[in-house]
Design a protein around this ligand. Structure first.
Ligand code: IPE
Ligand code: IPE
Ligand code: MG
Length: 243
């Protein structure tokens, strides 16, 4: 079901979201931060559903950054538990809903059991094609670009690549997001106006949208408003006005 306010021909193919504000949402209710993260998972489910209804092809969700390890151990643990629980609880819905799970980030940095669980859901949903759910987990844009640079250096040293033949595609195909289109729309909730090391390469021409709503309060209507705002913009990619 498409919203009457939206132009079905201009639905962003790829939406990326920095899901921020869980801690403040919890604090404003006198709840522990982990409760905010739990409510955040419910919001993620709503938004995934809404994206599928709207015809969005790829949804990237920033779940855990390489810098989030700096948080208190109990909060990191709560987040990892939630991730594991989500893999367990959502797998069936993802499979039946035609959603393909991808991960952007360094899975090697996670607990091996959690990693195995994630990889299992990735494998189980590999043939799905209604929507790609790309979860950025243990993700950092600088770490991603550093790893790509290292991979290119290794290939040059081994003679598989020469400096002259390195192109933008050489870099892009070494990123976690290889094969995915760049985000058309990046939404950050929670009121901050920054990108916090998210998709630094990929958002070169992405439209940015900031919402003051704390992530656990994010509803379908907020997403529809963000897409409506996107549809009022004119993207030029450095060129001149289309049409
Ligand atoms: C975003 O909410 C969730 C993660 C970073 C995992 P926060 O936990 O950053 O919430 P605030 O910004 O402290 O309110
Ligand atoms: C960005 O939010 C990371 C995720 C949403 C996973 P943060 O709350 O970690 O970002 P900063 O610290 O406010 O920049
Ligand atoms: Mg935050």
């Amino acid at each position: 079901m498409l919203e009457p306010t939206l132009d079905p021909r201009r639905i962003p193919a790829h939406i990326a979201i920095i899901m921020d504000g869980n801690g403040r949402w919890a604090a404003s209710r006198g709840l522990p931060r982990a409760e905010g993260h739990r409510a955040g998972v419910r919001a993620a489910r709503r938004v995934l559903e809404a994206c599928r209804d709207l015809g969005v092809r790829t949804l990237t969700l920033y779940a855990f950054s390489t810098e989030n390890w700096r948080r208190p151990a109990d909060e990191v643990e709560a987040l990892m538990h939630l991730l594991a629980a989500s893999m367990r609880d959502e797998a069936r819905d993802l499979i039946e809903g035609g959603v393909r799970l991808r991960i952007s980030g360094e899975l090697g940095g996670l607990d091996p059991a959690l990693r195995a669980q994630i990889e299992q859901v990735v494998a189980l949903t590999a043939a799905n094609d209604a929507l790609v759910l790309n979860v950025a987990c243990n993700y950092g844009g600088r770490a991603e670009l550093t790893a790509a640079a290292r991979g290119i250096a290794v290939d040059v040293r081994a003679g598989r690549l020469t400096p002259e033949t390195i192109t933008e595609a050489t870099v892009a195909e070494r990123l976690y997001t290889a094969g995915l289109s760049d985000p058309d729309l990046l939404i950050r909730t929670g009121g901050e106006r920054r990108v916090s090391n998210f998709l630094l390469w990929q958002i070169a021409y992405t439209e940015l949208y900031f919402s003051d709503v704390h992530w656990p309060d994010y509803e379908r209507a907020h997403l529809v408003e963000a897409v409506a705002d996107y549809q009022r913009r004119r993207r030029r990619f450095g060129g001149v006005e289309e049409g």
